[in-house]
Design a protein around this ligand. Structure first.
Ligand SMILES: C[S@@+](CC[C@H](N)C(=O)[O-])C[C@H]1O[C@@H](n2cnc3c(N)ncnc32)[C@H](O)[C@@H]1O
Length: 556
């Protein structure tokens, strides 16, 4: 403990007054405490009474962001605490007990103590200095007699049964899986399994906290946690998404833009997840908030049917408000399925080069491998000139004749030497050598650029890799209709409806592209003739949850 922390512990102890209540770990912290001037203590007390958290604020300046990250200690701004506690109060005004997992200086419990004057308050933290700060706040604010502070790992907490609902509320620590001990990963896998889910070892500590809460909670209990938002979209978050749909009773997710700084130390998107254990409402509310001033009340947002969202691989796309399409317009997704091109797992190997010259041409289709190829094509891609071939071998090499087989083996030996069999993508394919390009899409489009997506009619039946999306008609569409759709989209599509990334890149996921509006096919010619202005997309601005992450390159 450094001098600043010793001083902070001394100040907390002076505010608590009664050393009998302290745990052994807290008492040890105080061993080297020293008396403080009475006016310092009086000033801290006055600030606490005025609604500030001087101890928590000092804690955050004493320990660097780097030191605090090890325990995921990022304290929550008041506006978020207040919005969440107000939501809890509107849900159930008299919980029997409030549990704050990872309580820190007690910002949630202080607000909860005011809103729920009869509730028992339980704080859990592993940091004795946090426990001291919280006790000091509780003593000054007069709720120490109904507060229990447990200095334990939340995952090992045992809660006695109680009559009436328990509210779980707080900001679970964000600690990445690299810093989680193996035995806790095993605990997580077992716990998830007991509830019928398969957990990923990549899950961070905040996901463990959700599962511990599921383990502790009984039907009728409820809660709200603020965490980083990435679990909405990443693979390891799937286990939480499934549990919200099945058992934890997810009722709402409010996504907070990083610009609003939901976490003081990091430019990260926040997500407030509200749940009611044992319930399975027909809908979950999804909402995106740009500024903390707009956060409260948490009751509203876009209601999304559970059967629409439960199995979806990414949830952040559901926050967009979805007004009715204007009369005569439909969503692109009604006409086309939009698919991103295949990821090769190693363009240096799979995009044809001299090493693949012996591979038979029928396994090397012309492929759009750079966005530029679409950007310069105009409305129609009419020539394969300038396109590369991609080596796309069958999973079953027995379909090759003996000579072909030898030639292909020579290429595969070369590919192995370049590690092509070890890439993440290759190890997840049925056969590592089989890229599995999608069928030629009649319309191709760019989806990440500093400009609107460019749509191109694919006359040469080129394949595409993951720098482009392909539009596949849901029902057969003739040449005239396809040409009209391309002409309309080229004229009317803007960047609205995509996500803006750092540096001004605008990215459209397939689902976002499917929301672009266009007239019914039979009316398009009228619009083209008139060149009338047209609506762009049903939804609003970008979510930003992936800001700065995964910026697929425009070109190889
Ligand atoms: C994100 S902070 C939240 C603090 C406070 N609730 C707030 O919102 O201002 C997370 C807290 O969890 C505590 N913590 C970290 N790992 C923990 C664990 N395994 N069990 C219990 N608490 C833990 C940290 O010490 C830290 O105080």
């Amino acid at each position: 403990m450094n001098a600043g922390e010793r001083r902070l512990a001394s100040l907390a102890a002076a505010l608590i007054g009664d050393a009998a209540a302290l745990s052994l770990a807290e008492t040890k912290l105080l061993a080297r405490a020293h008396p403080l001037d009475a006016h310092v203590v009086a000033e801290a007390r006055a600030r606490i009474l005025a609604g500030e958290d001087p101890l928590g604020t000092e804690f955050c300046t004493l320990r660097s962001a780097e030191q605090r990250r090890q325990r995921g200690a990022t304290y929550t701004p008041t506006s978020i605490v207040d919005a969440m506690v107000a939501w809890a109060h509107a849900e159930i005004s008299t919980p029997a007990r409030v549990v704050d997992p990872g309580a820190g200086s007690g910002r949630f419990l202080i607000a909860a103590a005011r809103k729920f004057p009869d509730a028992e308050l339980i704080a859990i933290d592993i940091d004795p200095l946090a426990a001291l700060m919280l006790r000091a706040n509780a003593r000054v604010l007069g709720f120490a007699d109904r507060l229990v502070v447990q200095l334990v790992d939340y995952r090992s907490l045992v809660l006695p049964a109680i009559a009436g609902p328990t509210l779980f509320i707080g900001n679970p620590p964000y600690v990445r899986h690299h810093d989680i001990a193996e035995h806790w990963k095993a605990w997580f896998a077992d716990t998830a399994k007991r509830f019928g889910f398969t957990a990923s070892k990549l899950a961070g500590l905040h996901i463990h906290f959700f599962f511990k809460t599921r383990e502790l909670a009984r039907a009728g209990d409820y809660g709200a946690f603020i965490t980083a938002a990435e679990w909405l979209d990443v693979n390891y978050g799937g286990v939480l998404r499934r549990m919200l749909a099945d058992g934890l009773g997810g009722t709402a997710v409010h996504i907070i833009d990083p610009k609003a700084q939901p976490f003081a130390d990091a430019l990260t998107t926040g997500a407030i997840t509200c749940f009611r254990v044992g319930s399975r409402p027909a809908e979950i509310v999804m909402r995106s908030v740009d500024a903390l001033a707009d956060l409260a009340p948490l009751g509203h947002g876009r209601a999304v049917a559970w059967n629409e969202i439960a199995g979806a691989p990414k949830w952040s796309v559901f926050v967009r408000e979805q007004p009715q399409a204007p009369a005569g317009f439909i969503e692109l997704g009604e006409l086309f399925r939009v698919h991103r091109g295949q990821v090769t797992g190693g363009n240096d190997v799979w995009i044809d080069s001299d090493a693949g010259r012996e591979v038979p041409k029928r396994f090397k289709p012309f492929t759009v491998t750079r966005a530029r190829e679409l950007l310069v094509a105009g409305a129609e891609l009419t020539s394969t000139k300038g396109l590369h071939r991609v080596i796309d071998l069958p999973a079953d090499l027995d379909v090759l004749d003996a000579d072909e087989r030898k030639a292909v083996q020579r290429f595969l030996t070369w590919a192995r030497r370049h590690g092509a069999h070890e890439s993440y993508i290759a190890t997840h394919r049925r056969a590592w050598w089989s890229v599995g390009l999608r069928a030629p899409a009649p319309i191709l489009c760019t989806y990440m650029a500093r400009q609107a997506p460019t749509f191109v009619r694919n006359r040469v039946k080129a394949r595409h890799i993951n720098i482009a999306h392909g539009l596949y008609p849901r029902a057969p569409l003739g040449d005239v209709a396809l040409a009209a759709v391309v002409a309309y989209l080229r004229r009317h599509t803007s960047t609205a409806g995509g996500r803006t990334y750092a540096g001004g890149l605008v990215k459209f996921e397939p689902k976002e592209l499917e929301r672009i509006l266009l007239p019914r096919v039979e009316d398009i010619h009228g619009y083209l003739a008139e060149s009338a202005p047209a609506p762009q997309a049903l939804d609003g601005s970008g979510v930003g949850s992936g800001r700065g992450r995964g910026q697929e390159q425009l070109s190889r």
